[in-house]
Structure formats: structure tokens, C-alpha cells
Design a protein around this ligand. Structure first.
Ligand code: S3P
Length: 430
């Protein structure tokens, strides 16, 4: 479906962003791994997170969707249904986290596969450390989906992550719950810590010291209720639009304020955006809570900035928006240390650079990111989403801020994480 986003309309009003995708995936998985039923409120109803619910159901969980929330009755930590074909759809997080749980099951063999985008996303990044723990994993060409995980006895290891990735970290922490001894993951830079916070709440022995996270073998998990806050990665699109379109004033309510998720808003502040909010400070982070926050954003001028490797994991899914903002900023905006973008739902260095250049941006790709020279505006044109939800929404925001509007080819991709995106935008620009 192609859709055109015309320039001009300011955003005014309050946005309640959709529930967080990362936390919804984890709520489904950890809910299913828990011994007692877990009540999940504000679970994201989108394609990616429906894949997670279908996966845990195939593994023996009962999912009871009620108007006031959802009850997940899991098979528990060590009793996943032995053997199933799991379709992860477009969900990289499901594909990378689930094998951590399956690898340590007492018996069974599971095949994981997904759509065309998933089939080009590597799983060797989880397969190698899981194998070092004793896991049995067979992947196409040694590194790609479809792949099969066979339950085996696991032993704890210490693993230094070659890249800052919450998906790899989370996979190994889940496997560590089932492994003999202790499992330690060492991060090059901090990445989102939702798995750690949920495991702490579930009573698991999990300790963070500096860049090391250690988990010990568990008999069971005991989570009672999980409330999923609003998704900062989804809110980021409307916030960027409000910053770019003159006359805008937007309030965002009920958004996750977790400091490992709000790096984009810190970058925006540094670029000079008119933005206030009670984002979590790193020093004040409670080990087991997911704070909510409110933002107040208005249109204003921007200056270029340099985003460095340590900031990248804290804003990884919002970096395409940094490129767009850079087009409007004074001076140069550079993102470095972000080669991981090449392994997302599309190669987001290539698709963002080609997409924005097609709209008139002065942008070039580098090996590990991109460099944009701000020209004060963007002409507009057509942008292909390449089946990537964040590209589709980037094109829509670019259209609102452009001189001539943008036609997004493949707008339906937004439904992977934000089915109500166009409706929310229409409500704010009415
Ligand atoms: C996610 C982690 C990130 C992010 C993805 C969701 C998660 O991936 O890009 O959209 O929920 O753990 P990596 O940690 O692999 O970079």
C-alpha cells in the first residue's frame, strides 16, 4: 500500500504511544517460562508481538486475552512442548531470545523460521555462545534461518559480547537460567536491560556489576503481573515530526523512561530541540522497575551532532530519525559505530541513505553509519519502505517536514510495531 504524506500540518495534542515492543516480547516469553499464571496489561497488539504469543502457545502456554489484560499460563521453565515449528514472522527479537529458553529444555527439537527479511538475519551471534554452553543448533549455511534447536544439558559460561546487543545478551541470560552453574555476559557498551529488570522481579539470581551481568541456575520463575509501558521507539516518530514541523506542540504520556531506551531523546536535546521530560537517569535506575515518563516537545531549530558508539545501543532503532533530523539541522550530523544497523529488518545504513537521498538529502553512507550535511529542509519525493516498519514511518515523518510531500511505497510495514501509526498522526494533525 502506497501512501502520501503532505507537508504543512503541525502536530498538536497528546500522544499515548503504543505498548513497548521489546517488553511485550519479553512479557510473552517470561510469562510462559513462569510457574504461576502471569497477568500482562497493555501488551502490544502488532504483527511482531503476535508472533511471540503464537510461539509460546505452540510451546504449551495458554493465552487468555481479556478486556482488562491478558493471562499467560506457561508450561514453566523446563516443560516447553517438545517439538514444534515456530514461525517468528518478521520478529528478530523473538528469533534471538527464544532459542535461549529452548536450548536448555530436557528434551525436544524446534525449528524456527520467518519471512524473507528474517532469512537474511544472522543467528550465529547466538548459536556460537549457546553451543559453548552445550547447546545443539543447526542453521542454514551455518548462520541463517531456518534453524533447529535441540534441547540439551547446558553449563554456564562467561561470554564477552563481540557487539553491544540486548538480543544476544538476553538469549544467554535465558539459557543461563537453565544452565548448571553461573552464566556471565560482558557488554562492550550498555544495551537495553529489560530482561535483567524482569528477571530480577521474577526472583532470579541476577547481578550486574559494571559491564558484567551474571545469572545463576533457577528452579522456577515467579512473576506476578507485568504492565507494558508505551514504546519510546514508536513515540520517537511523532516527537521527531513535532520538532520538525513549525507550530507543533506535543505531549507524550505513559512512555517507558528506562535510560537504556531513551538515548534518542538525549541526542535530540543535544541538537537543541525544545524538549522536556522526566527521563530516567542512569544513576537512579532501580534494578527491577520500568519507569514511566512524560515528554513535552515543541518545534524549534536544530544543530548537527556526532553520535558515538557508546550512544548507539541506547538509540539503535531511532538512528534513522537522527539522519532525518540531520537534514534540517545546521551543520553536519554524523553517526558512527552503528554497523549493527546493516543487520536490522533492512540494511538500515543503505535503506536510510538511499531513501533520504531520493528525497533530496545530502547524506552519505560510511562503513559504520552515515554523515548528513544539513541543508535546512528536504524536497520530498518517493521512499520505499523495503518491508521495514521503521523505514515506512521515517518516510511519513519526512513527508510532513518536506517541501513537496513524500509518497511511502509499502506503508503497511508499519503494522509490524505500530498498527495505529497513521491514525495517531492524523489525530495529532487534525
Ligand atoms: C531489541 C534489541 C535491539 C533492537 C531491536 C529490539 C530487543 O537489537 O534493535 O529492535 O528487544 O532486545 P540488538 O540488541 O540485537 O541490537
Amino acid at each position: 500500500m502506497n501512501q502520501t504524506f503532505a507537508p504543512g500540518a503541525a502536530l498538536r495534542g497528546t500522544l499515548i504511544p503504543p505498548p513497548d515492543k521489546s517488553l511485550s516480547h519479553r512479557a510473552a516469553l517470561l510469562g510462559a517460562m513462569s510457574s504461576a499464571p502471569v497477568r500482562v496489561t497493555n501488551y502490544l497488539d502488532a504483527a511482531d508481538t503476535r508472533s511471540s504469543l503464537a510461539a509460546v502457545q505452540a510451546l504449551g502456554a495458554l493465552v487468555d486475552e481479556r478486556p482488562d489484560g491478558m493471562i499467560i499460563r506457561g508450561p514453566g521453565l523446563r516443560a516447553a512442548t517438545p517439538g514444534a515449528h515456530i514461525d517468528v514472522g518478521n520478529a528478530g527479537t523473538l528469533m534471538r531470545l527464544l532459542p535461549g529458553w529452548l536450548a536448555g529444555q530436557p528434551s525436544g527439537s524446534w525449528t524456527l523460521d520467518g519471512d524473507a527479511s528474517i532469512r537474511r538475519r544472522p543467528v550465529d551471534r547466538i548459536a556460537a555462545p549457546l553451543r559453548a554452553m552445550g547447546a545443539r543448533i543447526d542453521a542454514r549455511a551455518g548462520r541463517l534461518p531456518p534453524f533447529t534447536v535441540t534441547g540439551s544439558p547446558l553449563r554456564g559460561i562467561e561470554y564477552v559480547l563481540p557487539v553491544a546487543s540486548a538480543q544476544i545478551k538476553s538469549c544467554l541470560l535465558l539459557a543461563g537460567l537453565l544452565a548448571e552453574g553461573t552464566t556471565t555476559v560482558v557488554e562492550p557498551e550498555p544495551s537495553r536491560d529489560h530482561t535483567e529488570r524482569l528477571l530480577a522481579r521474577a526472583g532470579a539470581g541476577i547481578v550486574r556489576t559494571g559491564d558484567r551481568v551474571t545469572v545463576t541456575s533457577q528452579d522456577e520463575l515467579a512473576l506476578d503481573a507485568i504492565h507494558v509501558p508505551g514504546d519510546p521507539s514508536s513515540a520517537a516518530f511523532h516527537v521527531a515530526a513535532a520538532v520538525l514541523v513549525p507550530g507543533s506542540r506535543l505531549v507524550v504520556e505513559g512512555m517507558a523512561g528506562n535510560w537504556t531506551r531513551v538515548g534518542f531523546f538525549r541526542i535530540l536535546e543535544r541538537m537543541g530541540a525544545v524538549l522536556t521530560g522526566d527521563l530516567e537517569e542512569r544513576a537512579s535506575a532501580a534494578p527491577d522497575a520500568e519507569p514511566l515518563c512524560e515528554l513535552d516537545v515543541a518545534h524549534g531549530p536544530l544543530t548537527g551532532t556526532r553520535v558515538t558508539a557508546d550512544e548507539v545501543p541506547l538509540a539503535i532503532d531511532e538512528l534513522p530519525l537522527v539522519a532525518l533530523l540531520g537534514c534540517f539541522a545546521e551543520g553536519e550530523t554524523v553517526v558512527e559505530g552503528a554497523q549493527e544497523l546493516r543487520l536490522k529488518e533492512s540494511d538500515r545504513i543503505a535503506t536510510v541513505v538511499d531513501g533520504l537521498r531520493g528525497l533530496g538529502a545530502d547524506i552519505e553512507a560510511t562503513d559504520d553509519g552515515f554523515a548528513v550535511r544539513g541543508t535546512g529542509g528536504l524536497r520530498g519525493g518517493r521512499l520505499a519502505a523495503h518491508g521495514d516498519h521503521r523505514l515506512a514511518m521515517l518516510g511519513a515523518v519526512a513527508g510532513l517536514a518536506s517541501r513537496e510531500g513524500v509518497e511511502v511505497l509499502g506503508m503497511e510495514a508499519a503494522a509490524v510495531s505500530y498498527p495505529g501509526f497513521v491514525g495517531d498522526l492524523a489525530a495529532l494533525t487534525r
